[in-house]
Write a protein that binds this ligand. Structure first.
Ligand code: PEP
Ligand code: MN
Length: 432
């Protein structure tokens, strides 16, 4: 189904119901912002999006693995050079480990340089009898529980564009300067293994003679705010439309309605597109999403990101993967082991346990192994910093430590050590 755009609308999705959009208080200010953003350069090039689609096609065929990871929500005050470098370093170390385990190259996609907008279960947050709009990410409003901070401000879309451009600028400069060469990444991983007795079991993985992961880091984010995405949707050389806010965009679990604006948007842009699939999705919905977004069955075009929870993945995923295969789809299948495994710690902190995350990854690989399909990789919420937001791992972040460095703007992230450890545990599963 294609959208019927209202008179004067530029894009087909503008006439359709769009879930999870902010209530901007000043429509004229929003329109002015969108017009200004539309006149600014794109953040990425269409040819880069094409290249990522080609890389993802390898993963769909089982010739590469995908590592997609970064913050749940980037924050304007958490993108210092050190923080971005630490994230890239963590992703590079994980990619090295995963490629050692899988014996194939790893395509690295950050949740960064644009991951600023959040869907929320509740539009309003109530504290002490006071109700205010929920925090929807730094692109919309501020996290502080005040009327001022929570008021959606279209000026924040400008800031998102600016900080995304700054982050991309740093990523590109690091790449040009060769941060970090494969031998250095491997040395960091040897150091990681040597630094604690419990990690020594991982050493054999690093002795495998396998292709090292390339240094390319692509960018991705949830395409949630359609005013922003529309302003950065531009034609490529062949006239086709691209979301030039990032290399890959995905549609979240709360915005993948078949008749909604987000799916229409995803169907119109040529980028590689992801769709989150929670435990409530049916096989028919999965097929309908593929028909809408990837009618030509183009390799690398569509990625399904399964986020079932460790309790459900082994029950729900097989039926979806089996039906997709029977219908001739060959999407990239990624496992997001974060969003189905969130719970409240006794202290009240929203957290996730390393063991549950690992078990969902294990279940995901078991399902694909049993069906003879390709498990494409993982989609994770992580940071390069030493935060205490998820519990468990060999370093053993305990419930009583959560308050020490709980710095996330939204969901709890694996810290550097937990992330690299998860890569080693996943590589063990892959190496069999
Ligand atoms: C997310 O990736 O941060 C997110 C909100 O995920 P989901 O749409 O799967 O709930
Ligand atoms: Mn999240």
């Amino acid at each position: 189904m294609s959208g019927v755009a209202p008179p004067g609308a530029e894009h087909s999705w503008q006439g359709l119901p769009a879930a999870q959009q902010p209530q901007w208080p000043d429509a004229a200010a929003l329109r002015a912002t969108v017009a200004e953003l539309s006149a600014l350069p794109p953040l990425v090039l269409a040819t880069e999006c094409d290249r990522l689609r080609e890389r993802l096609a390898l993963a769909a065929r089982g010739e590469a693995m995908v590592l997609q990871g970064g913050d749940c929500a980037e924050a304007f005050h958490q993108i210092s050079s050190g923080q971005v470098r630490a994230k890239v370093r963590t992703l590079r170390q994980m990619a090295d480990v995963l490629s050692a385990g899988a014996g194939v190259p790893v395509v690295t996609v950050g949740r960064l340089a644009g991951q600023y907008s959040k869907p929320r279960s509740q539009p309003v947050e109530v504290r002490g009898g006071v109700a205010l709009p929920s925090y929807r990410g730094d692109s919309v409003n501020g996290p502080a529980f005040t009327k001022e901070a929570r008021r959606p401000d279209p000026g924040r879309l400008h800031r998102m564009y600016g900080v995304s451009a700054a982050t991309l600028n740093l990523l590109r400069a690091l790449a040009v300067e060769g941060f970090a060469p494969s031998h250095e990444v491997r040395a960091w991983n040897r150091e990681f293994v040597a630094s604690a007795p419990a990690r020594r079991r991982f050493a054999p993985l690093l002795r495998r003679g396998v292709p090292v992961a390339s240094g390319e880091v692509f960018t991705s984010h949830e395409a949630l705010l359609l005013d922003y995405e529309g302003a950065l949707a531009r034609p490529g050389a062949d006239g086709g439309l691209y979301a030039l806010s990032g290399h890959m965009v995905w549609i979240g679990e709360r915005t993948r309605q078949l008749d909604g604006a987000h799916v229409e948007f995803a169907s119109r842009v040529r980028n590689p597109v992801g769709v989150k699939l929670g435990p409530g999705v049916s096989a028919d919905e999965v097929l309908a999403l593929a028909d809408r977004i990837d009618p030509d069955r183009e390799p690398g075009r569509l990625t399904f990101i399964s986020r079932m929870g460790t309790e459900r993945v082994r029950d729900v995923l097989p039926g979806l993967v089996d039906k997709a295969r029977a219908e001739g789809l060959a999407p990239v299948w990624l496992c997001d082991p974060m969003h189905g495994n969130t719970f409240a710690a006794p202290s009240g902190h929203k957290t996730r346990s390393f063991d549950a995350v690992l078990d969902e990854v294990a279940g995901f690989f078991e399902v694909h192994r049993a069906l003879g399909t390709h498990a494409g990789g993982v989609h994770l919420e992580l940071t390069g910093d030493h935060v205490t937001e998820c519990v468990g791992g060999l370093e053993g972040v305990g419930h009583e430590q959560l308050h020490e460095r709980y710095e996330t703007a939204c969901d709890p992230r694996l810290n550097h050590a937990q992330s690299v450890e998860l890569a080693f545990r996943t590589a063990e599963l892959l190496a069999g």
